[in-house]
Design a protein around this ligand. Structure first.
Ligand SMILES: Cc1cc2nc3c(=O)[nH]c(=O)nc-3n(C[C@H](O)[C@H](O)[C@H](O)COP(=O)(O)OP(=O)(O)OC[C@H]3O[C@@H](n4cnc5c(N)ncnc54)[C@H](O)[C@@H]3O)c2cc1C
Length: 385
């Protein structure tokens, strides 16, 4: 059985892994960076400000274990870069899990980076409901962490990458040890692009050390890309860097056209192109909106577009999409579904209508789509609701 996955974000990666696990021959085609390269490092099933279902399917748990990047726990708490202590259902292993540190003292490294204000962060963390309830103490500790003046304003990605070298990591460890002996250290998102860097530092230091969440496009997204590429290599997933222009049924199989004219064929296709945030769903130019639906996928495929639970044509007027009526926040709720009866075609991740745009929802949808194709015979399968 041949499975083709369009998109190599978290949903596409989970789908590719699961299809390989089920014995399929898998090809992933992707081009631009998606939301998975912008994310914060925290894992949620529903947005963390809402309460919701917390258990994951065994297949999703298996994927999380195999990618080896994340630790998952129901009652995790992480610190955001803005100083909020927030719950999460898991996180990149480089992030500091605050839950086991309740009641202890956490030092926040006051380094000379221009984008980092440890004193302000500490004020906010100390005032959080969690710190008050658990009696946790956050304290700013001066630590000269820069070796060169220019490091104060190089991109976070480049600053984090410096700590992938064993020599620089040893130096960081000595600086922290020389500054204080707290129960744990909280640092900015500086602990490497290599997913193994943070745990190597923690081992050397002998106390928990970890990051706040990453800002968009920070080291957490870069670590995902590293872990994804390694997973694809370990499991012999074939990867192609190209834009997909069209997904079309040809008899019982699917034909996928790439930019440049190449055609690929598969028994089942998972479209995991992401949502509006990352360009998997695009807004048509105003002059084209009179003839076409206002939102469409970044490729042509037999899907229907939805805004929240409503079909797009019931929401948009003859003059295009009315943002004045719906608000800009509606962009998070634009999604697609396969047209009814399109067998062997699945959508997963942020592109899917009516599902939360979160990491764990993307994983769940990715593994479920691959299972449907592989267990129910690809081109013979029907699209899930
Ligand atoms: C700033 C930010 C912070 C976030 N923070 C959190 C958080 O704290 N917790 C949480 O749970 N979630 C968070 N999310 C949401 C989470 O990152 C997404 O839900 C998840 O990464 C979606 O993954 P995906 O695979 O569906 O899409 P994406 O990661 O967007 O992947 C889309 C893929 O499709 C490919 N693609 C698109 N069009 C084409 C085409 N025509 N041809 C070929 N390839 C194509 C792209 O190359 C890319 O590989 C955050 C998102 C953002 C943007």
């Amino acid at each position: 059985m041949k499975v083709l996955v369009v998109g190599a974000g978290i949903a596409g990666t989970a789908a590719a892994f699961q299809a390989r696990f089920r014995g399929a021959e898998v090809r992933v085609v992707h081009d631009r960076a998606g939301a998975s390269e912008l994310y914060s490092g925290a894992l949620d099933l529903v947005p963390w400000t809402r309460r919701g279902r917390t258990s994951l399917s065994p297949a999703a748990d298996h994927f999380l274990e195999e990618i080896g990047l994340w630790s998952s726990a129901r009652d995790m708490r992480v610190a955001t870069g803005a100083g909020v202590v927030r719950p999460a259902q898991g996180a990149d292993r480089a992030l500091l899990n605050l839950t086991p540190l309740g009641g202890m003292s956490v030092a926040v490294a006051n380094a000379e980076r221009d984008d980092w204000d440890a004193r302000l962060l500490v004020r906010s963390l100390c005032e959080s409901g969690w710190a008050r309830t658990t009696g946790t103490r956050f304290e700013s500790v001066d630590v000269p962490l820069l070796r060169h003046g220019y490091e104060r304003r190089i991109a976070l990605h480049d600053f984090a990458a410096l700590h992938d070298s064993a020599d620089r990591r040893r130096w960081l460890c000595e600086r922290l040890e020389g500054a204080a002996r707290p129960d744990a250290w909280l640092l900015g998102p500086w602990l490497g692009i290599d997913p193994a860097t943070a745990s190597a530092l923690e081992q050397d230091l002998g106390v928990p050390v970890g990051e706040t969440t990453s800002p968009p496009g920070g080291p957490a997204g870069a670590r995902f890309v590293r872990a994804r590429n390694a997973l694809f290599e370990r499991h012999a997933v074939s990867v192609r860097n190209a834009a997909v222009e069209q997904v079309l049924r040809r008899g019982r199989r699917w034909e996928v056209s790439l930019a440049g004219g190449e055609l690929l064929h598969a028994d089942g296709v998972v479209i995991a192109v992401g949502g509006v945030a990352a360009g998997g769903i695009v807004l048509e130019a105003p002059e084209r909106q009179l003839r076409h639906p206002s939102f469409r996928l970044s490729l042509s495929a037999p899907v229907e577009m939805f805004v929240r639970q409503k079909r797009l044509e019931n929401v948009a007027s003859a003059h295009g999409f009315d943002f004045a009526a719906h608000g800009v926040g509606v962009l998070e709720h634009v999604g697609a579904r396969p047209r009814p009866g399109e067998q062997g075609l699945y959508l997963a991740g942020d592109v899917m209508a009516g599902r939360p745009n979160t990491v764990l929802a993307a994983v769940e949808m990715g593994v479920a789509a691959a299972d449907e194709i592989c267990c129910h015979g690809g081109a013979g399968a029907t699209a899930p609701a």
